[in-house]
Write a protein that binds this ligand. Structure first.
Ligand code: FES
Ligand SMILES: [Fe+2]
Length: 354
């Protein structure tokens, strides 16, 4: 295997919460499969609707369990009929005297469904602390007409996608006029706040917009006037980010007097060089306008898939490895936040592998 495909144990943090799927992707009855951290995962809902996640691999001859059938909350392997319960314990062996070998178990993963996401813990079960799940409660608290979720697949390492959000200076170079600030971001040195270990890392840009970017201007009281704007990103390991955009005129109370967007960018590695990208968004304006909500989400998808995704996938292709540091990249002032996130993640991964 070359570097492009291979991932060693130092590539992923295992004791961490990842989004496995959008709630809407996992139906009531059907099996859903997704590869996460190089492992095939079978996800399905129990009779009570709770998501169950099992390794999608029978311990006998490794047939994917997702090819088999459901018997209530149990799964039966298509190949030789072993049956497993939702904890991954074998409950039926149709062969010989029916004795169940001790090792006949399937790995079961802890899950938690919140705010339109199904989270999965890929590490030691006893370390799974649900309080560490990224707070996305705004997505449940706000009216549905102001909330959107989407999934995008990317042929690149997940940390390149983290870099893209941690360094928003790219907006003025890569993106079209709808969200481009007209060159305000790059000269700024973003303010970085690092809390104690385990707490998020924040990056923030503040600037005076004149005029306000077209995405926001029509919703301001004085669309043609200048305004104060900020962008703030919080990173939590392994690759769970919130992005807030605020715009205000003649006030410093962004939440009550201004326009705000609250975005969630959550990257889940499929392999070292492919990533499941989960995005969700809500806002504090036009909250009852479902039609606007749909158009806004479509606009976000379009911007990402036609502007960010092509360059990041091309970057990955050109790099030929998931290991950025092995290529000695030039560092610029705009990289400060992204580099800190990378450093912190690699320290956590190292600590896990000692
Ligand atoms: S491969 Fe599953 S029972 Fe044989
Ligand atoms: Fe972008």
């Amino acid at each position: 295997m070359n570097n492009l495909q291979s991932a060693d144990k130092h590539t992923f943090l295992r004791n961490a919460w990842y989004v496995a799927a959008l709630s809407s992707e996992v139906e009531e009855q059907a099996y859903f499969t997704r590869k996460i951290l190089d492992e095939s995962i079978l996800i399905y809902r129990s009779k009570s609707g709770k998501p169950i996640a099992l390794h999608d691999r029978c311990p006998h001859r490794f047939a994917p369990l997702s090819l088999g059938s459901r018997n209530g909350d149990n799964v039966t392997c298509l190949y030789h009929g072993l049956q497993f319960d939702s904890e991954g314990e074998c409950v039926k062996n149709p062969h010989g005297n029916g004795k169940i070998p001790k090792a006949c178990k399937v790995q079961r993963y802890i899950t938690e469904e919140r705010d339109g996401f199904i989270w999965i813990w890929m590490g030691d079960a006893e370390k799974a602390d649900k309080d560490l799940i990224l707070d996305c409660s705004k997505l449940s608290e706000n009216p549905a007409s102001s909330v959107g979720h989407m999934y995008m697949y990317n042929q690149c390492n997940y940390e390149l996608l983290t870099d893209n959000i941690m360094d928003l200076s790219h907006i003025d170079h890569l993106h079209g006029p709808f969200i481009n600030t007209g060159g305000k971001l790059s000269p700024l040195i973003p303010e970085i706040t690092e809390n104690r270990e385990g707490k998020p890392l924040h990056v923030r840009w503040d600037w005076e917009a004149d005029p306000v970017i077209p995405l926001i201007a029509p919703h301001m009281q004085r669309p043609d006037d200048k305004a104060d704007m900020f962008l703030a990103v919080s990173w939590t390991e392994p690759s769970n980010l919130t992005l807030t955009l605020g715009t205000v005129q003649d006030s410093d109370d962004y939440l009550n007097d201004g326009i705000m967007l609250f975005d969630f960018h959550i990257m889940t590695p499929e392999t070292a060089t492919t990533t499941h990208y989960f995005f969700a968004s809500t806002r504090n304006y036009k909250m009852d306008d479902a039609e606007y909500n749909e158009a806004k989400m479509a606009g976000m998808r379009e911007a990402f898939t036609t502007e960010d995704k092509p360059v990041i996938e091309a970057q990955q292709q050109e790099m030929g490895t998931h290991d950025l540091w092995s290529l000695n990249p030039v560092l610029l002032s705009c990289d400060a936040g992204a580099v800190r996130a990378r450093r912190r993640l690699s320290q956590l991964i190292e600590a896990e592998n000692i």
